[in-house]
Each structure stands twice: as structure tokens, then as C-alpha cells.
Design a protein around this ligand. Structure first.
Ligand code: NAP
Length: 438
């Protein structure tokens, strides 16, 4: 029997579990650990609450989770409750699928002013992540600024712009819905340091901005390159640019009727946050793009900002004794291998890029590396105790483990508490999740 510990129950974790099961069949036991009492990582707390079809992929993970040789071990934090060394004692291979849950910092003056957030915090807040549920952003001001031109910026801008009715069928948490419904936001400025040809927003998601009830996107036609230049773009990017062009063609009469404007401030690099205690504005430098890079022109200007969400990418949380690549914000690894018997997958391996599906080949690839290392006798002594050994250790340390069966009870309670038309009302604290089991 081979024993594998996977740390993290998001897409990367469950695709790896699925791959292990496919590879070894009944000859493997996989424990999937999570620091939260609930599974699915980014699917639950990262994917936008109004993108329910994307969340449906969790049904595939549930199929894996419900098999005999894979089990969910929730409410256990590696690095706190258990060390990597503890896991090596018990399992043949340890796979870090911990994602990239921390915000990258901009490193600009004023970044620590009130009402300036990173997207991990802000998205975690509206998605009910226990770590960020108490964030309490102030949405009473007129001007919101979203930094970055990726899909997370789009998620944040769209969520800030939607009406209560547009959240029907979503699982946005109650505290966020209340705050959003009462928000005073009239303008959302997306600040992007490069131009239309460098947009990282994907076409389907960008297209959604054109169909909002009370918000209309605006882009300056002068910021668009000649249409003929789009021919060199790969098809997905060309489609995204086509959306931007269509935003530039929206007539003024439509803008005049909109309660919220979503303005794309392109070729705009943030250089400072302005304010005393709370953010009031941003200092921006105009850029030009030279050989793909944003270069400052020296021309600066200020924009008002009552709320800022920086959506500039994420970092993996370091774990004691695990080599880390500071610059990239991920574990130092060679195609998924970190150290003997220690591997990583998903964003913890690659950094925060790609779609949910990108994690599937990642999981299968790391399993074939584990198989190679096992066959080569590189993974130490045989006869490790795996699951049984962990259960003893957990008992000794008094860990309160949440199983998949427990999760199904939490899930049922969340479904039972849902607003009309919503799939669930999430518990937003670890204590309330545990209480639901008692
Ligand atoms: P992203 O796609 O890498 O976008 C990050 C944005 O931040 C880029 O526009 C980048 O500009 C900008 N940025 C980075 N550093 C900056 C700085 N110092 N100053 C100003 N701007 C800066 O990252 P993301 O939006 O966090 O998304 C992460 C991944 O999740 C992506 O693969 C994304 O597609 C995926 N995702 C998908 C969905 C979906 O499919 N619905 C939803 C959410 C996320 P430069 O390009 O100039 O560096």
C-alpha cells in the first residue's frame, strides 16, 4: 500500500487525488488535508459567487472524495497542528496543493491606509472565507478603484456593480450582499499599467460587463490601437480586444442613464495612495508600452478613491522548512519536485496562472513523478503507517478533525439556510462550521 498526503483540497489537490487513484487503484490511500473544515479551496472561496456553473466542477472532486481510498481531513493546519516532518514519518509522499492564498504587495506609499485591500482579502470577504469575513470594507464612498487588468479585477468590478436582483442564484454571503446593496459607489476605475493588447481578461468574462443592469463600461477610443493591429493577436486576446472596442463605441446617451460607470484607465501605473488615515485618492503615472513593458512617461495625475482593491496577483504561503522562491511567490521546485518525498502542484508549483482545468494535467504529472521515485526506491523505508498513524497522532494532539461525511452535514445546513433562489448561505467562521456538526 502506498500512502500519500495531499495538503489542500482545492482543484490541484483533488485532481492529484484522482490521478493517484487512477494510477494505483486500490493500492493507494490518500489523505487530503485542509486547514478549513470545508473542502474545495478556490472553488468555494475564490471563484466569483455569481459564477455558479464554474463551481459545479466540485461534483467531480466529490466523486473522488467519496471513494474508499481517498479521504478528506479538514480543520488541520500543516505548519501548525502538524509539521512536514510529521507527515514524512507517516506518508510515502507529501504533495503541497496549498494554492496562492496571500496578496502580492504593490510596495507603494500609503498602501496600508484604511479601505485599501488586496484581492485575496476582498474576494475572501464576499466569498465568506473565515480569514476575511470580518474585513468590513467601507462601500459608502462614490469612487472605487480596482488595480490590474486580469480576471480577478473583472470579478471585483462586476461584484461591486451588480444590483441585488443580479445576485439571485449566487452564493454571495449575506454580510457582503447587505453591504453591496447599500453601497454608494458611482464609478469604478480599473487602473491598468499597460494597454488593450496586454489585457489578461478573458473574452467571456469581459463580455459580461456589457450586460449589467445599472453599470456601463467606458473606455477612451484614443487608447485603442489601430484595428488592423489586432490581426497579430492570438484569437482569445483578439476577442477580448473586440469587447474593449465595443465598450469604446457605447453612445453617451447610454452612459448618461447608467448609475455606475466602469472606467478603464489604461496606460496608468499606480505610484501612491493618498489620504490621512483612510484612502482618498491615488497618484498615477501615465505610461507607454515599449517592447511589451509599461514605461513611465513622468506625467502624473490624481484620481479620487474611497475604496481600492489591488488585483495584481497572489503568493503561496511559505511553510517552515520548505524551500521557497521569494521572487515568484511559490515553492522552489523542479517540475513539481521540491525535496525527496515532497512535491507541489497547482498554483503552489506554477504561481497564480491558468484556469481550474490547468490543474488537472498538473496533478497527473506529479503522480507520475511520485510513481517514478517510488519505483526507483527514492522515497525511503517501506511500511509507513499512513492513515492509521495519522489518526493516532491526531488523537494524541487532540485535533478536531472534520471528515467528508461531516462536510456533507455542513453543506446540508448551508443549503437549508440559503436565501430564496440561492444554493447556500455559507458559514463564515470555523466555529460556526464546527457548531453545525454538534
Ligand atoms: P493576472 O491575470 O495575472 O492579472 C494581474 C493583473 O495585475 C495584470 O493586469 C497585471 O498587469 C497587473 N499587475 C501586476 N503587478 C502590477 C503592478 N505592480 N502594478 C500595476 N498592475 C500590476 O492575475 P489575476 O487577475 O489575479 O488572476 C489569476 C489567475 O486566475 C489568472 O490565470 C486568471 O485568468 C484566473 N482567473 C480566472 C477567472 C475566470 O476564468 N472566470 C476568474 C478569476 C481568476 P501586467 O500584465 O502589466 O503585469
Amino acid at each position: 500500500m502506498h500512502h500519500i498526503a495531499i495538503i489542500g483540497s482545492g482543484p490541484a489537490g483533488y485532481y492529484t487525488a484522482e490521478a493517484a487513484q487512477k494510477h494505483w487503484g486500490e493500492d493507494v490511500q490518500v489523505d487530503v488535508f485542509d486547514r478549513l473544515p470545508v473542502p474545495y479551496g478556490l472553488i468555494r472561496t475564490g471563484v466569483a459567487p455569481d459564477h455558479q456553473p464554474i463551481k459545479a466542477v466540485s461534483r467531480r472532486y466529490e466523486k473522488t472524495a467519496l471513494t474508499d481510498n481517498v479521504r478528506f481531513v479538514g480543520n488541520v493546519s500543516i505548519g501548525e497542528d502538524l509539521s512536514i516532518a510529521d507527515l514524512h514519518e507517516l506518508y510515502d509522499a507529501v504533495v503541497l496543493a496549498t494554492g496562492a492564498p496571500d496578496d502580492r504587495a504593490l510596495g507603494l506609499p500609503g498602501e496600508d491606509l484604511d479601505n485599501v485591500f488586496g484581492s485575496a482579502e476582498f474576494v475572501g470577504w464576499y466569498n465568506g472565507h473565515p480569514q476575511f469575513a470580518d474585513l468590513a470594507p467601507d462601500l459608502s464612498g462614490k469612487h472605487a478603484v480596482v488595480i490590474g487588468m486580469g480576471n480577478v479585477s473583472l470579478d471585483v468590478a462586476r461584484i461591486l456593480a451588480k444590483t441585488e436582483e443580479e445576485f439571485t442564484g449566487s452564493d454571495i454571503v449575506g454580510h457582503a450582499l447587505d453591504a453591496l446593496v447599500n453601497s454608494g459607489i458611482e464609478k469604478i476605475t480599473i487602473v491598468a499599467r499597460r494597454g488593450p493588447h496586454q489585457v489578461a481578461m478573458t473574452p467571456k468574462e469581459l463580455g459580461e460587463l456589457a450586460h449589467l443592469t445599472r453599470a456601463v463600461p467606458r473606455i477612451d477610443a484614443a487608447d485603442l490601437p489601430d484595428e488592423a493591429d489586432d490581426a497579430i493577436l492570438e484569437p482569445g486576446l483578439r476577442k477580448s480586444v473586440r469587447h474593449l472596442r465595443s465598450f469604446a463605441a457605447i453612445p453617451e446617451s447610454v452612459h448618461a442613464d447608467a448609475a455606475i460607470e466602469i472606467y478603464f484607465d489604461l496606460f496608468a501605473s499606480p505610484i501612491a495612495f493618498i489620504g490621512d488615515r483612510k484612502v482618498e485618492g491615488m497618484e498615477i503615472e501615465r505610461t507607454i508600452v515599449q517592447t511589451g513593458r509599461a514605461v513611465g512617461t513622468g506625467e502624473t495625475y490624481r484620481i479620487p478613491a474611497d475604496l481600492v482593491v489591488a488585483c495584481i496577483g497572489y503568493r503561496t504561503s511559505p511553510i517552515p522548512d520548505v524551500p521557497f522562491e521569494e521572487r515568484m511567490g511559490r515553492f522552489a521546485n523542479d517540475e513539481g519536485r521540491i525535496l525527496t518525498g515532497l512535491y507541489c502542484v497547482g498554483w503552489a508549483r506554477r504561481g497564480p496562472t491558468g484556469t481550474i482545468g490547468t490543474n488537472r494535467p498538473d496533478g497527473y504529472s506529479v503522480v507520475s513523478k511520485i510513481a517514478e521515485d517510488l519505483a526507483a526506491g527514492k522515497l525511503g523505508r517501506a511500511g509507513k503507517r499512513g492513515r492509521a498513524g495519522f489518526d493516532e497522532l491526531a488523537k494524541m494532539r487532540g485535533l478536531e478533525i472534520v471528515t467528508f461525511k461531516d462536510w456533507k452535514k455542513i453543506e446540508e445546513a448551508e443549503a437549508g439556510a440559503a436565501r430564496e433562489g440561492a444554493p447556500r448561505e455559507k458559514f463564515v467562521s470555523i466555529e460556526s462550521m464546527i457548531r453545525a456538526l454538534k
